[in-house]
Design a protein around this ligand. Structure first.
Ligand code: SAM
Length: 273
């Protein structure tokens, strides 16, 4: 027979991040669902501190989209909603997709607090066009999200889905950590882009050609991890061209020029025509 407290107890259980006994074996595309659990998502905004992030990125994406004359934007990696909200505030027509339900609901709440109602679509990139409606001027995949795809087949498939979601003259904007530097010299970061929550320590725990495992420690001493695929810049650029994008321009650290040759992040801008 059920004890009166059973239901309450079940309701309050929060799933933990789950990894194999040897976490270095977790190298699958689906694994992001086991990593972005509610408690980690709640802390994510601490990690990416919206105000500081806004001051480090500036208006890079807004200016870029305006310069390219784009209006409708599909944010395929909405996360907790940072870019979706920023673009809505700037007057863009934004649709916010993500494969993780915890992330999307947190994004919706974050947007609501700032006076916006997000148009959300739960969608995994590999089947994106099954779930979204219409075609967009721009697809954005930001915050080092593409790194969650662990097989080349999934990367090709996701890029092809992004391509198909674009209008004939559309543009894909996709960023990534500078993994070349991490793979070649072991150095993860020089500056504080993205991972700039004041007291959050983010550092690589293991790196090989097929895995970059990062450890995130929060002020309350809670520790989370992300297993990611270390994408080389050249590889990503080539893949974009192979799936059909005509031209790929790569920026470093949200700068309009290539002046910084050794940035923490790369931003690829791939055009369809
Ligand atoms: N763009 C946000 C930001 O910059 O704060 C979130 C970045 S977070 C590192 C990566 C996001 O990508 C997560 O919200 C995750 O759920 C999503 N994601 C990862 N793999 C995905 C997939 N295969 N399909 C859809 N979303 C995925």
């Amino acid at each position: 027979m059920n004890q009166p407290n059973d239901t309450a107890r079940i309701d309050t259980i929060e799933p933990e991040q789950s990894y194999a006994d040897n976490p270095l074996e977790d190298r699958s595309t689906d694994h992001y669902q086991a990593e972005y659990v509610q408690s980690f998502v709640e802390k994510w905004d601490e990690l990416i501190d919206w105000d500081r992030r806004e001051s480090s990125e500036g208006k890079f994406f807004i200016d870029l989209l305006r310069r390219l004359g784009k209006r409708s934007v599909l944010d395929v990696a909405t996360g907790t909603g940072f870019h979706s909200v920023q673009l809505l505030r700037a007057g863009f027509d934004v649709t916010s997709a993500d494969g993780n339900a915890e992330m999307l609901s947190k994004a919706f709440i974050n947007a609501r607090r700032r006076g916006f109602v997000l148009r959300t679509v739960p969608a995994d990139w590999r089947w994106l066009n099954r779930d979204i409606v219409g075609r967009y001027d721009a697809v954005i995949c930001l915050g080092n999200s593409f790194t969650h795809l662990f097989s080349e087949r999934d990367r090709r498939r996701a890029l092809a889905e992004f391509y198909a979601a674009l209008r004939h003259d559309g543009v894909l904007i996709l960023d990534q950590r500078n993994y070349d530097r991490l793979l070649d010299s072991g150095v993860a970061t020089k500056h504080a882009y993205y991972y700039c929550g004041e007291a959050v320590r983010a550092e690589p725990e293991h790196v090989d050609d097929g895995l970059a495992r990062f450890r995130y420690e929060f002020p309350d001493k809670s520790v989370y991890h992300l297993n990611m695929f270390p994408l080389r810049k050249r590889y990503v650029r080539n893949l974009m061209k192979e799936v059909g994008f005509q031209d790929v321009t790569t920026y470093g650290d949200f700068q309009e020029t290539h002046a910084n040759l050794d940035p923490d992040f790369f931003v690829h801008v791939a055009t369809k025509e």
